[in-house]
Ligand binder design. Structure first.
Ligand SMILES: C[S@@+](CC[C@H](N)C(=O)[O-])C[C@H]1O[C@@H](n2cnc3c(N)ncnc32)[C@H](O)[C@@H]1O
Length: 271
């Protein structure tokens, strides 16, 4: 049985009104957070907030306290996995789909490495332009919805993507996984998140049936790459299809420790 919320979202998507409804939610969110955000900025003058529409586009909220805290916690996920699997002293890390740098802005603080070089990429040129102007501890480049990235091969010890495959069609999953592994050094790692079993509880009954049979579920009728274009990934699909040519180092199916509803995958290229 679909909940009222699921049914409303279904009809809005069908009528191509979901983006408009999301815009109204954005306005409400900005209004609701006006006071707490002012307080947060007064207390944290060093924090440069991105434009609210870019934060909402990438993170679905515009509360700076939460944006900051969650960015820090999610950067801990990346630093924990990097420390576990990379033994180099000097590391190069790339975030694909960095948005307005919610996570990458914290990564220069990882301890345990002598030198950390950071590169963020996104297909939203406005986000990349903002990052280039305000986030000084990383470099940024933009890319297109489809690969390639304008980056040479085997450059990075770690490439990560937080909630990017969650917004792509099946074809672009295969195209991008190949492209991301092209950037990774031998023995380097790829970390990414997916809408797995916890998120799949939000699917409508017919979609959930498809998910349970091991197929990727795509909710589209929205521009691909946008947050309302949603892909749901049964773990067996990731293992049998997306990562079939890789060594899976870790699959975290409950990332509550990092306050993430999404599942986390860490894989190594077979060189
Ligand atoms: C849900 S947001 C996540 C942003 C960021 N990773 C974070 O966790 O705050 C998805 C991001 O992926 C970007 N994106 C979508 N498709 C992309 C693609 N093909 N290449 C690069 N970035 C993409 C969007 O512009 C957006 O910034």
């Amino acid at each position: 049985m679909a909940t009222i919320r699921q049914a409303v979202a279904y009809y809005l998507r069908k009528a191509h009104l979901l983006q408009f409804a999301d815009y109204l939610m954005f306005l409400g969110d900005v209004l609701k957070n006006r006071k707490p955000n002012q307080t947060f900025l007064n207390e944290h003058p060093e924090f440069i907030p991105p434009p609210t529409h870019l934060a909402y586009d990438a993170y679905n909220h515009t509360n700076w306290q939460s944006y900051y805290d969650m960015g820090l916690i999610h950067s801990k996920l990346i630093s924990d996995l990097t420390k576990e699997y990379i033994s180099e002293n000097e590391i190069k890390i790339c975030e694909w789909g960095c948005g307005p740098a919610r996570v990458i802005r914290h990564l220069h603080k990882i301890d345990g490495f002598e030198k950390i070089e950071l590169l963020g990429t996104d297909y939203n040129e406005e986000s990349v332009g903002w990052c280039e102007k305000y986030i000084k501890n990383a470099r940024f480049v933009s890319n297109n919805l489809e690969p390639p990235l304008p980056i040479e091969s085997e450059l990075f010890d770690c490439v990560y993507a937080i909630s990017i495959f969650t917004h792509l069609s099946e074809k672009l999953h295969y195209d991008w996984i190949e492209e991301l592994f092209r950037l990774i050094k031998p023995n380097g790692i790829l970390i990414f998140t997916t809408h797995g079993d916890i998120s799949a509880k939000r699917l409508l009954p017919a979609e959930k049936e498809k998910y349970d049979s091991g197929c990727l579920v795509i909710k589209n009728q929205i521009k691909e790459g946008k947050k309302l274009f949603a892909a749901y990934h049964p773990p067996q699909w990731i293992k049998k299809k997306l990562l079939k040519n890789c060594v899976i180092l870790k699959h975290i199916n409950n990332a509550a420790k990092y306050q993430l509803e999404q599942e986390v995958w860490c894989a190594k290229k077979i060189s």
